[in-house]
Design a protein around this ligand. Structure first.
Ligand code: ACO
Length: 317
């Protein structure tokens, strides 16, 4: 499979607090922080999905000591690009001057784990020696800023990892439970004169918060148990958990269900909100640069998202 050689992230400069949001929609710092754990988020002003992805990629490559022309594959994940195509992987390839195969994976908030799974298969087939994963999201461009129940949840940012050959990924398992109603992002409908007008709609994120909440807790806890079993690691043997950062209450409920101490969870949602597929590599890089992970530590990843998709992975640092 692979080992992580470097990590990187990028966040927009502008920070928007809960109090700032209470001037835009009928909400309060108390409601948002109590129900979600979010206190502030970074919101793109001049930054784009591509520009954040490029910065995160450069940071990861620098830490890894890998030159762009050494890369054999770039995998991008985003549901919120400025353009539907080309994908963020192609934008990053162009900007860093790489020449390898580059493409995006669409798996909503589970995108980073999905990309790790695809990378693992490429490594397993002996087709690559160095892979860059870039997850970048501009959720703010797809949030409905008149809807208090969704706009308060999201933030923007990008995370990246550089992977090399190694046997540090111990297990990875993804799931899809076809359900397009609970959560997602409407696409643009264009102006086709032949389309049924009923089809015309905005391109905003939509969500059934309570159903998504229930699904998320079962999926994240179940995926950690499954990935740990596949890796032959007992739950007590996990040193750190990097969960998708959607809501602190979802992370806490997962923690209680698994009876794993909260200190083992890497949590960054307070400062960044839900950055979809970018949330895990951002938190990974922040904690990595703080020196949290020691050689031999067992790190679990878990995510859920639209699709419905979810997955878990166990990695030995
Ligand atoms: N400020 C103040 N009040 C609000 C706000 C707000 N921002 N948003 C909703 N409310 C109100 C509602 O109108 C409702 O009022 P009512 O009782 O008078 O009708 C009340 O608060 C309760 O609303 P609920 O939706 O029941 O609140 P809940 O406790 O379920 O929390 C939340 C909502 C935070 C969205 C929660 O359901 C959740 O976290 N769900 C999962 C979200 C998630 O993970 N989504 C995935 C995101 S997309 C992705 O990651 C792919």
């Amino acid at each position: 499979m692979f080992k992580i050689l470097g990590t990187g992230h990028s966040l927009p400069e502008k920070i928007v607090t809960n109090d700032d949001l209470s001037k835009i929609v009928d909400t309060s710092d108390e409601w948002i922080s109590k129900r979600t754990g979010i206190r502030r988020r970074h919101i793109a002003t001049v930054e784009t999905t591509s520009s954040m992805g490029i910065e995160a990629a450069k940071n990861a490559l620098e830490m890894a000591g890998v030159a762009p022309d050494e890369l054999d594959l770039i995998l991008g994940t985003t549901g919120t690009g400025l353009n539907v195509s080309p994908g963020v992987a192609c934008s990053v390839q162009e900007a860093i001057g790489a020449s390898c195969l580059s493409f995006d994976i669409s798996s909503a908030c589970s995108g980073f784990i999905a990309a790790m799974d695809v990378a693992a298969k490429y490594f397993g087939a002996g087709a690559v020696k160095k892979v860059l994963i870039v997850s970048s999201e501009t959720m703010s461009r797809y949030a409905d800023w008149t809807d208090r129940s969704t706009c308060v949840l999201f933030g923007d940012g990008a995370g990246a990892v550089v992977l090399g050959e190694g046997d540090n990924l111990l297990s990875i398992k993804l799931h899809t439970h076809g359900n397009t109603e609970y959560v997602g992002i409407h696409g643009a409908r264009g102006n086709c004169p032949f389309a049924d007008p009923i089809e015309a709609c905005n391109s905003f994120a939509f969500m059934n918060g309570q159903e998504t909440y229930k699904y998320a807790i079962g999926a994240m806890s179940g995926d950690i148990v499954e990935a740990a079993e596949l890796a032959g690691i007992p739950l007590e043997g996990i040193d750190h958990i990097i969960p998708h950062q959607a809501n602190l209450r979802i992370i806490s409920a997962t923690q209680k269900k698994l009876e794993i101490p909260m200190e083992k969870f890497c949590v960054g949602i307070e400062d960044m909100g839900n950055t979809s597929s970018a949330s895990e590599p951002i938190v990974l890089d922040i904690e990595n640069r703080r020196g949290r992970f020691k050689a031999g530590d067992i790190v679990a990843f878990t995510a859920f998202g639209a699709g419905l998709t979810d997955g878990g992975a166990i990695y030995r640092w």
